[in-house]
Design a protein around this ligand. Sequence first.
Ligand SMILES: [Zn+2]
Length: 172
Amino acid sequence: MNQEKLYEVIEKLFDFDVRQVFKVLYEEGKELSEEAIAEKTGLKLNSVRRALNLLLEKKFVTYRRARDPDKQRNVFFWKVDIIGLHSTFVNRKRMVLERLKYKLEQESKTTYYVCPLDNTRYALEEALEHDFTCPRCGSPLTIDEKRDERLNMLKGIIARLEEEIRNEIHRR
Ligand SMILES: [Zn+2]
């Protein structure tokens, strides 16, 4: 996955502030204090902490606690958890893959009928139940000729996902 795509996913999962915090950490490539992150993102310290905690929940970041001898307090240093990040994305892809495989299996073993008028689709049993006429508009149902096309498309997506997962695992 390229960087921009990764940031987009982070923003979709959380929000723009979290994206900014993650981006700064990811591009830094090493650990940063909360103060340094606030400075680099222009965000308030509270917003930075909120973002870091959200990222931590998903195991996208890790932290180290250190004692600041001058100020007599704890300082937290954060960095991207590359392994956590990768396994999350690989697991996510695996879930999608399982769903698609199930869908392919279902589609492969059922014949579908379509209404040429409103494009609704019915499995064989449903079509039988309605005497091969559309329950919505009464048009005669026809066999779904796009089925092979759809099956091939599904197979294509499945193959690509499997390939992506293989590559992600090997990159570690
Ligand atoms: Zn119809």
